[in-house]
Design a protein around this ligand. Sequence first.
Ligand code: UDP
Ligand code: MG
Length: 338
Amino acid sequence: MKLSIVVPVFNEEDNLAPLHERLSRVASSCSDEHEIIFVDDGSQDGSLAIMQSLTEQDTNVRYVSLSRNFGHEMATTAGLDHTDGDAVVIIDADLQDPPEVIADLVKRWRDGVEVVYAQRRRREGESFFKKFTSFAFYRVIRALSEVNIPTDTGDFRLMDRRVVEALRKCRENPRFVRGLVSWIGFRQEAVQYDRAERHAGETKYNVAKLVRLSWEAICAFSLVPLRVAGWLGAIVMLLSFALTAHVAYHKLFLGLPIQGYALLACGLFFLGGIQLLVLGVLSQYVGHIFKHTQQRPLYIIDRAEGWSRVREQAAKLAAQTGPSRPAAHTSPLQPVGS
Ligand code: UDP
Ligand code: MG
C-alpha cells in the first residue's frame, strides 16, 4: 500500500524539519511505501530551501513550488494533482494536526472507509475569537448548504484514490476543498483528535481573509443568500402595498391631507438599502461566474523535484525484475487539467 501525504506550505521554515521527521516515522509504520509532497505556496522565507534539501536527503520527499502565493486551497489542489498513492492524506505544515493521528486514519481506511476526516475535539493555543468564528462558520454553512459538511473539521483527512480522482475532476474556482470532498460522497467517517498549538510561526489567516474564505465557501455551496435576497424583495413589496392602501384610505375615505415626507424619505432609504444589499449578494455570484468563465489554470508551477528520481529507480527495478508499480501519472511540470 502506498501512502501520499500532501503538505501546503506558506512561510513555515521552522516547522518543516520536525514535521518531516514525525511524518516519516508514522508513514513508515503504517504503509509499505510513502511519499511526502510539500507544496511551496510562494513562501518568502527559507521554506523552499529546506524542502529542496529534504528532497535531496530523502527519496520519499518531493516538492512542487508555485510561481506565487495562490492560497491554501490551490496549494492543496496542486499537491493532490501530483499524488499517486492508494490513500492520500492532507495535513497542515504547522504541526497543529499531530502526524501520529495518520495511523488512526489509515486504520479506518483499511476497514473500507473512503474518506476519514480528523475532527477536532479540542483546539489548543487559539484565540477565543478564532474558536468562536470557526464554531459559527461550520454551523452556518451546514445550515445553508445542501452538502453535509462536517463540523469542526479542517483539511486534515485521508482520502482513497477514487475520491482524489473525483476531486481532480472538479476544477472550480474559487474552491473549497473540504466542501468538494463532502459533495463527492462515498463512505465518510470521523476520527476524533485534539488539535495542538502551532509549533512555530503565526497563523496565515487574518480576520479579513477568514471572512472572505467563509463567504466564498458559502456562495460555492449554497444558493440560500440569493433566496434571502428574493424574500427581502417580497417583504418590501408587501410592506409598500400596505403603506399604499393606508395612504389611499386616508385620502379617499377620510379626506385627510397627506403629510408624509419623513415617511417617504425613510421608505426611500429603506428601499435603496435593500436594493444595494441584494445587488451586493448578486454581484458575489456574478463574480464567481466571471472568475470561473475565465478558465485560468488554478495554479502555476515554477518547479517540481523528486519525481524523476523515482522514475529512474522504477526503470532500473523494471529492468532487473520486470515492471513494478506505474510511475507517477502526473508529470510534475504538466499538472493534469490544472
Ligand atoms: N497556507 C498556504 N497558503 C496560504 C496560507 C496558508 O499554503 O496562503 C498553509 C500554511 O502553511 C499551513 C496551512 O496552509 O500549512 C494552514 O494555514 P494556517 O496554519 O495559517 O491556518 P490556521 O491553522 O490558522 O487556520
Ligand atoms: Mg494552522
